[in-house]
Design a protein around this ligand. Structure first.
Ligand code: NAD
Length: 498
């Protein structure tokens, strides 16, 4: 499908997103009638009102989800039927590709080309992948003695609360919805208040595909209102949370204060990218680090924001990276050729700019970017920024910035590189670049991260788990492992008389 024929500005001008909640199989206003404004970061335009759900609305949604789970309208269907409906859901997402991509771009600022080529197809593939998997998963029979039979089965948990961020709104929702729905649960999804539109549309598409009412509900609203109410609700069996480490901590508190629901946290990162002087293609390496940190405006949990380079090549490599950075100049997100769009809102713009100031104040040198740009549009744009001379104890090296800011840290030897890489509260991903096979393996083993890339950073697939060590979270999204989060293991003992 080509994107060049579409006039995205024209389409955007006529778009009227429906911001009402989705509860019990239909669109509804918040019980209070309250709304909040959905503002686009691309130019400050008003996209429309969105239902401001609070505890009462969350309670309706959870009750509907519980009723749907209780009568088995979804969870008790044969897996092959759940498969068929979820496959139809994925097909509907692909058929609505342009509408979903446009909503995503307008809502959170990413380039339309990325939304079309990555966000929509990857989210649809995620739903389809779990649909296809679910009628191929067997239980177990334990190797017990001859007078007993022990069956070990996975059962759906009940009602899953999914709370997701704004950086990949549709994809993060799909990572929860795919395994949770395929396993037979009901889901109440709380999208970020900064990007609620695609989640609401997904629920409509799922119903059109045949998902029964009440199985998938969406409650837009603020974190401290709708999000807190969902995480505290006693009828929610598990929370699948993706977001900041700060809010992830609260999820654990909410579970402790309520029904000890399972909490699966997918949190922040400060991933290290280690470059050794023996690597034989530094141009590809520089291209990769720039593409990985600046993709999605730097708003990726796994963005390699700490670049660790050996002292013998650091000056040369820093120049290459600064040159690469200039290819990511922010431009109109509704232009199909744009590679970097807008940050999600003015608050995020201020946060990113304050980190850039902090980097300067702590003595790091700006090698590229460092300024706000396109302010005349009314949107939220920051230049791709590269800092040299960063120390691992600076704030820009320790804290997640979640914007297009890369810090270069110099190391002397392999031991120091590993020590610096692991000296972080986070452990989401890491990358090692070396043409020396022993070194590549040694360092990959020593890095404390959920995913380690060797001589690349691009590979990703629904077939592999995604998640972090340390304060990057627990549990894993994607792959068959994600099904563990939304199912309970049940053992059934039977006696066999001789
Ligand atoms: P956030 O923690 O501010 O918000 C995430 C979600 O939690 C939103 O829906 C928000 O409304 C809700 N929330 C906020 N406060 C809440 C509260 N008190 N109670 C209940 N819910 C609450 O995160 P964000 O700014 O939306 O997203 C950026 C963060 O997400 C970054 O830290 C990023 O690294 C992380 N992230 C992690 C992964 C991963 O897979 N590990 C993927 C994407 C993003």
């Amino acid at each position: 499908m080509t994107t060049t024929a579409v006039d995205w500005h024209e389409r955007a001008a006529t778009l009227k997103p429906d911001g009402r909640a989705f509860i019990g199989g239909k669109r509804v206003a918040a019980a209070s009638g309250e709304t909040f404004d959905c503002i686009s970061p691309i130019d400050g335009r008003l996209l429309g009102p969105v239902a401001r759900c609070r505890a009462e609305d969350v309670h309706f949604a959870v009750s509907d989800g519980r009723a749907a789970f209780g009568d088995g309208r979804w969870g008790q269907r044969p897996p092959s039927e759940r498969k068929r409906i979820l496959q139809a859901f994925a097909e509907k997402m692909l058929a609505a590709r342009e509408e979903l991509a446009l909503l995503e771009t307008l809502d959170m600022g990413k380039p339309i080309g990325n939304a079309l080529s990555a966000d929509v197809p990857q989210a649809a593939r995620c739903i389809a992948w779990y649909a296809e998997a679910i009628d191929k998963i067997y239980g177990e029979i334990a190797p017990t003695g001859p007078h007993a039979l022990a069956l070990i089965q996975r059962e759906p948990m009940g009602v899953i609360g999914a709370i997701v961020p704004w950086n990949y709104p549709m994809l993060m929702a799909a990572w929860k919805l795919g395994p949770a729905l395929a396993a037979g649960n009901s889901v109440v999804l709380k999208p970020s208040e900064k990007s609620p539109l695609t989640a609401l549309r997904l629920a409509e598409l799922a119903m059109e595909a045949g998902l029964p009412p009440g199985v998938f509900n969406v409650v837009p609203g603020y974190g401290h209102e709708a999000g807190e109410a969902l995480a505290l609700h006693d009828e929610v069996d598990a929370i699948g949370f993706t977001g900041s480490t700060r809010v992830g901590r609260k999820m654990l508190e909410y579970a402790g204060r309520s029904n000890l629901k399972r909490v699966y946290n997918e949190l922040g990162g400060k991933s290290a990218f280690l470059v050794f002087p023996d690597f034989d293609d530094l141009d590809r390496c520089a291209e990769t680090v720039a593409a990985s940190i600046f993709y999605n405006q730097g708003e990726s949990c796994n963005a390699p924001s700490r670049l660790l380079v050996h002292e013998a090549i650091v000056d040369d490599f820093a120049k290459r990276v600064a040159t690469e950075a200039s290819k990511y100049r922010p431009a109109d997100p509704l232009d199909a050729a744009t590679v970097m769009g807008a940050l999600v809102d003015h608050a995020q713009l201020r946060t990113v700019m304050s980190y850039i100031e902090a980097g300067r104040a702590e003595g790091a040198q700006v090698l590229a970017g460092g300024a706000q740009t396109r302010a005349e549009t009314g949107g939220c744009y920051v230049e791709p920024t590269v800092f040299g001379g960063v120390r691992n104890d600076m704030r820009i090296a320790r804290e997640e910035i979640f914007g297009p800011v890369l810090g270069i840290i110099c190391f002397k030897d392999e031991a120091e590189a590993v020590r610096l890489a692991n000296d972080s509260p986070y452990g989401l991903q890491a990358s090692v670049w070396s043409s020396h096979i022993d070194r590549a393996h040694r360092v990959a083993r020593a890095l404390r991260a959920g995913t380690v890339h060797v001589n690349q950073y691009d590979e990703d697939d629904i077939t592999v788990p995604f998640g972090g060590y340390k304060q990057s979270g627990n549990g894993r999204d994607k792959s068959l492992h994600a099904l563990d989060k939304y199912t309970e293991l049940k053992t059934t003992w039977l006696r066999i008389n001789s």
